[in-house]
Ligand binder design. Structure first.
Ligand code: BES
Ligand code: ZN
Ligand code: ZN
Length: 491
């Protein structure tokens, strides 16, 4: 998608202008109304449109204007319109006209400042996302027609400057969504590691550990998950040293990258199993975030570590009851091979902690179905041993729109994963499944400030009311961590 900002008023294709509460026109909406001899305000009177955020009103081919259509898009109270409102404004606009036949979407925001214009463009980019690469029979009228966005705004060069980092964020979100959407016959652990490696093009340092390397380090918890797979397990480490002091302790991000989760020998039911191609949503979020940080040259040291495996049933697969030793020496009784994400994470966390001595460590994982029962698809679950870190994630969630909700940890939950035969077992009782999973991770992180983000409900969803998100892979975590780094880690 081509995006440009301009100070000159020139129309073509689809033209959109903001309208505020009680049908108050922006300067752009007023100008369009005049040019069309009042057609815009007549259309407003004839409809229930009032300028609320989320409302759109389309007027096709109005006379007096060189445009295919005019779109009014609500932005709510003018004084209350913040970054997220402008994102939604841009996203609703793009969504409304994406298939209209118009090639260009022109935003008339001539009376609005640079941040608002940049956010509208960002929202439009997020909304434009599609995963059509495997569709060979899509009819022409079902294909997106918009290929460029032009934003008329008060200060085009300032808007361009504030859009530049957001453009990187949009591309990181797109990368995460693409990775989640890719089927597991294409995006298996070896292929994912290659795609991580290719991020060297953006200036990241990338190192990939194969099974031999991990075996040497004793990472049998992670390796136990991939024993049934025809693909080799991998650990990809993406490093970005953007702080003034390259030696300053980094933020480490860890992602669960189960490229497909059949459940292993504790096989999942067939219905809906196809969604488990997305069980690498944590690794996708980390990879997308690293892409953004390098793209916008974040002034922070951040390491992204993704544990890449495929969980398959096989004669060589881990059995329920097997006992494995993690890299830090603790033993785990695998009572359920479908509770595999935590097995991957603890060795990846160990690698991050011992190799990088981070200031903080945050993991992302589509870890438990139970988090969907608790929080639905609205918030990701956060668990932490550090109040300041949990609060910082909450704040980053609120300002990015990727919201999180903290859940408790405690000794009573921890006890539920004690095992008769080993240091711990990999499942707790029937209740509080997301908490006992977090409690399992807690046993491996010591005193380093740590947070675990369970994104099983937010990495993908069957339908979304948010125009920035497509119907499936959301890329959840990229905007959150991009914000988090900007608010907490940059010098
Ligand atoms: N990948 C799943 C969790 C999941 C479920 C993600 C639904 C997205 C949507 C995870 O590996 C899993 O299978 N967890 C089990 C844990 C149980 C065996 C303790 C679960 O949630 O049922
Ligand atoms: Zn599982
Ligand atoms: Zn899983």
């Amino acid at each position: 998608m081509k995006v440009e900002f301009s100070g000159s008023v020139k129309f073509s294709g689809a033209v959109v202008a903001p309208v505020f509460t009680n049908n108050r026109h922006s300067t752009g909406a007023d100008a369009l109304d005049k040019a069309t001899g009042g057609a815009i305000s007549r259309a407003q009177k004839a409809s229930r449109f009032s300028g609320k955020s989320g409302q759109v009103l389309q007027i096709n081919a109005p006379s007096g204007l060189d445009a295919q259509l005019v779109l009014l898009c609500g932005a709510g109270e003018r004084d209350a319109a913040d970054a997220l409102v402008w994102e939604a404004f841009g996203a609703y606009a793009l969504k409304s006209v994406q298939l209209s036949g118009a090639k260009t979407l022109v935003f008339d925001m001539r009376d609005l400042d640079a941040p608002a214009s940049a956010r509208a463009a960002f929202g439009a980019l997020l909304a434009a996302y599609r995963f059509d690469k495997y569709r060979t029979t899509l009819k022409d009228d079902k294909k997106p027609s918009i290929t460029s966005i032009r934003i008329i705004c008060s200060d085009a060069s300032a808007a361009k400057r504030s859009f530049a980092p957001l453009n990187e964020t949009a591309q990181g979100v797109e990368l995460a969504r693409d990775l989640v959407c890719e089927p597991a016959n294409v995006l298996h652990p070896e292929e994912f590691a290659k795609r991580a490696q290719s991020l060297e093009d953006y200036g990241l340092e990338v190192q990939v550990l194969d099974e031999k390397d991990m075996k040497k380090l004793g990472m049998d918890a992670l390796l136990s998950v991939g024993l049934g797979s025809n693909y080799g397990s991998r650990l990809a480490v993406m490093s970005w040293f953007g702080a003034k002091d390259r030696k300053a302790p980094p933020l480490v991000l860890v992602g669960k990258g189960v490229c497909f989760d059949t459940g292993g020998i504790s096989l999942k039911p067939g219905a809906g199993m196809w969604d488990m191609k997305g069980d690498m949503g944590g690794a996708a979020a980390v990879t997308g975030t690293m892409r953004v940080l390098a793209g916008r040259k974040a002034r922070a040291n951040v390491i992204g570590i993704i544990g890449l495996v495929e969980n398959m049933p096989d004669a060589a697969a881990t059995r329920p009851g097997d006992i494995v030793t993690s890299a830090d020496g603790q033993t785990i009784e695998v009572q359920n091979t479908d509770a595999e994400g935590r097995m991957v994470l603890v060795d990846a966390l160990w690698y991050g902690l011992t190799r990088f001595k981070p200031s903080k460590i945050v993991d992302f994982a589509t870890l438990t179905g139970a988090i969907i029962i608790a929080l639905g698809h609205e918030h990701a679950g956060v668990f932490s041993n550090d109040d300041a870190l949990a609060n910082a994630l909450d704040a980053a969630g609120k300002s990015s729109g990727e919201t999180v909700w903290r859940l408790p940890l405690g000794a009573g939950y921890d006890k539920q994963i004690d095992s008769k035969y080993a240091d711990m077992k990999n499942i707790g009782g029937r209740g509080a499944g997301s908490i006992t999973a977090a409690q399992f991770l807690r046993r491996f992180v010591g005193e380093t400030p740590w947070a675990h983000v369970d994104i099983a409900g937010t990495a993908w969803k069957d339908k979304s009311d948010d125009p920035r998100e497509p119907a499936w892979a959301t890329g959840f975590g990229v905007r959150l961590m991009d914000r988090f780094v900007a608010q907490n880690c940059e010098d």
